[in-house]
Design a protein around this ligand. Structure first.
Ligand code: ADP
Ligand code: MG
Length: 548
């Protein structure tokens, strides 16, 4: 440390700041990132195990979805947090491949340790990793095949769903997924999956999960004397309550004369009546109200034969507006016929033992709702996550129109081609590219490991098939037999975006972590304990070496 004239060291960092430098910092960060990868590795693939997550409130999630696990776990270490970010990015970009991305990042970092140990500088490793990632993307693109028909889409969806706890209903859910993404496919070839609504209703079995072409809201009509179904529906969407205005201030109205009392009540009544009259005069025969609906108003609407639902969610209102072409109105008395939306049919129907409202034959044909059924909330939530993945992946496949063989096929091929490539690259980067090639094997390795298959045997069989067989590049691991088989024929396929993004983001986070050679962590202000001794307080950032 630099010394001043009086031999006093200059203090740059605040007292209590934790710091780790150089190799120590690198190894700490790598250890943290590896720990995250190890935490999800056992969930990879169709034979992966589930994890049960219990939060501080005691709520339980049972899942096999990498990003869900990482989002729920409270990760403390900064490098570990960076890895969790990779999973989130992968999820937003592709909806799948999160576990793979994290596991690959962990392996890249693990293999970099040896390189660091043999005094290869981090900049050399990161540049080699970057070159390898670019080459890997080329290899993936070159081995891709077209995916344009529904049959291929279903295979893509099945591959994304495999291993999820959906009671063996992958096939049925894949059918629902294909129908859904096809229905919302835009003329420009884009698939905006936000337009698929999901409603969950506990009860029944997973196989009852189905697609409705229209909007389904989890509400019933407010009055039993209203019609159960309205065809040729003219729909009013109203964001305010049907009730008398409350006086702004806490005013007290004192009435002495019974006649005055009556007239006051009459006045309130006639105001409510005028609201109903206004809505009916626009031609509306269905009302969706985001807020409450007064009993008297319900009565008037029932008398006029109008179907009314109340207390809808804001998102329901917005979806209804989009689907029916209606406008959400905030001032009932200013409502006009042009504000109304339309649908061929609005109907209250039983789903299991409870009724929901179905709005079908909408103006906008791309409005869709999937109703998820299943025995318990946990089951339904996992089906929801699985469907979301499947829908995103199938959407990506429609957009990209290209898929590659899964079950480790793509990774083995990339590994082999990278090894070839490394030998053409002079200099020390070659070592990093070789490490990258080796790291790719972690995917088939973990798939085998999780299926109880000898990983070393599996990798050897796969490499042999890739080098020697015709169309060998598509050979992946059959997890029941441990044999290498052509995955295009075995129907295990994934969109190229999932693979490319996983490799890219794994390389990126590994490089980010490798470039850090100094971690400076300021201590959080420790909570004061009753004795007033701050040293008993908690450490900042979970300690540089600690994690999770
Ligand atoms: P991720 O979060 O990375 O998507 P998954 O648990 O979904 O993790 O596992 C994905 C991996 O499982 C991919 O490498 C995929 O090719 C592989 N896989 C999917 N279905 C099969 C199958 N039937 N046989 C072998 N591997 C499969
Ligand atoms: Mg997956």
């Amino acid at each position: 440390m630099y010394s001043s004239g009086s031999n006093q060291p200059i203090i740059v960092l605040k007292e209590g700041t934790e710091r780790s430098k150089d190799k120590e910092a690198q190894f700490n960060n790598i250890a943290a990132a590896k720990a995250v990868a190890d935490a999800v590795r056992s969930t990879l693939g169709p034979k992966g195990m589930d994890k049960m997550l219990v939060d501080s409130m005691g709520d339980v999630i049972v899942t096999n979805d990498g990003v869900t696990i990482l989002k729920e776990v409270d990760v403390q270490h900064p490098a570990a947090k960076m890895v969790v970010e990779v999973a989130k990015t992968q999820d937003t970009e592709c909806g799948d491949g999160t576990t793979s991305a994290v596991v690959l990042a962990g392996e890249l970092l693990k293999l970099s340790e040896d390189l660091i140990d043999s005094n290869i500088h981090a900049t050399v490793i990161t540049s080699g990793y970057r070159m390898a990632a670019d080459k890997a993307v080329e290899v993936i693109k070159s081995m891709a095949v077209d995916a344009v028909d529904d049959e291929m889409l279903k295979k893509v969806a099945m591959t994304a769903l495999v291993g999820k706890s959906v009671g063996g209903e992958q096939g049925h859910l894949a059918d629902v997924i294909v129908k859904a993404v096809r229905a919302i496919e835009g003329d420009d070839g884009k698939v905006n999956t936000d337009h698929i609504r999901v409603e969950k209703k506990v009860g029944g079995v997973i196989k009852d999960t189905d697609l409705v072409e229209g909007i389904v809201v989890d509400k019933q009509r407010v009055h039993s004397r209203m019609p159960k179904s309205v065809s040729n529906a003219k729909i009013a969407l109203i964001s305010v309550a049907f009730e008398n205005k409350k006086t702004e201030m806490d005013a007290e109205i004192s009435i002495t004369d019974p006649m005055a009392m009556q007239s006051f009540l009459n006045q309130e009544e006639s105001f409510l009546k005028s609201l109903v009259d206004k809505v009916v005069s626009t031609g509306a025969n269905v009302v969706f109200c985001q807020k409450g609906v007064d009993d008297l108003v319900q009565h008037y609407f029932a008398k006029s034969g109008v179907f009314v639902c109340r207390r809808l969610k804001q998102s329901d209102m917005e979806d209804l507006a989009r689907a029916t072409g209606g406008r959400i109105v905030g001032n009932i008395l200013e409502m006009q016929a042009s504000d109304l939306g339309s649908a061929a049919l609005v109907e209250e129907k039983l789903v299991g033992t409870e009724s929901m409202t179905f709005v079908t034959g909408c103006k906008e044909p791309k409005a869709l709702t999937i109703i998820i059924r299943g025995g318990t909330e946990h089951v339904i939530d996992e089906v929801d996550r699985a469907l979301e993945d499947g829908i995103r992946v199938a959407g990506v496949a429609i957009e990209d129109k290209r898929v590659v063989a899964g079950a480790g096929a793509a990774e083995i091929e990339v590994g082999l081609r990278l090894a070839d490539y490394a030998s053409t690259v002079g200099g020390r980067e070659q070592l990093a590219i070789n490490a990258f090639a080796k790291a790719m094997e972690i995917i088939p390795w973990a798939l085998a490991e999780n299926a109880g298959i000898d990983s070393i045997d599996a990798i050897i069989k796969l490499k042999n098939a890739h080098e020697k067989k015709k169309d060998g590049k598509n050979y992946g691991l059959n997890l029941d037999t441990g044999e290498a088989v052509d995955m295009l024929k075995a129907d295990v396929v994934e969109p190229i975006r999932v693979k490319i993004q996983a490799i890219d983001s794994a390389a990126e986070v590994a490089n980010m972590i490798l470039r850090i050679d100094d971690v400076i962590a300021s201590r959080r202000a420790p909570p004061m304990n009753p004795m007033g001794d701050p040293s008993l307080g908690g450490p900042g950032m979970g300690g540089i070496g600690g994690m999770m």
